[in-house]
Design a protein around this ligand. Sequence first.
Ligand code: AMP
Length: 194
Amino acid sequence: MNVILFGPPGAGKGTQAKILEQKYGLKQLSTGDMLRAEMAAATPLGLKVKGIVDSGSLVPDDIMIAIIAERISQPDCKSGFILDGFPRTEAQAQELDVMLTQKGKKLDAVILLEVDEKILLDRIHARIAQSGDAKRGDDDEEVLKTRLEAFRKQTAPIFPFYERKGQLEKVNGMDSVEAVSAEIDNILSAKKAA
Ligand code: AMP
């Protein structure tokens, strides 16, 4: 099963993706985690994207598309994957469609975690308080605002693309982790049974 998890930064995509990894044996593909690993290892790619990621803007599409194309071809994605943080632009969504078709794969579910912006800011503040010195470079209020704007302007316009295909499922991301997870379970069970 191949799933996309959409949601603004702080909506809990990573948490839900990890739960799905455990429950369904799917591979979580978090493009944010991949970029942070490149940055931490100071690879040429990491050095190239660091300024962009730290500012809260989006990394160019060609870089992200190449990363995902390579990643979904790996053996650990054979029984399915959860895209967490990709696609984030219309160009990425279109390219994803092309690459899935080429690989004889398809999307089984596209799930959007809907969250109130005020609650997101509270969650990010809690994350900053918890992580202390080890805080992520992009966990800061100004940067969060840029990230939310990127979500609104560049990612949200993709939703009609999946809505038209009848694939977009909306979940209330403000519920508890358990309730959101149960809701996602229902969606995936229905897809499996279909
Ligand atoms: P995330 O952890 O998914 O919120 O991603 C952290 C940051 O990595 C984002 O704010 C972007 O700068 C960058 N990033 C992650 N995924 C993508 C993507 N699909 N397209 C462009 N930039 C991305």
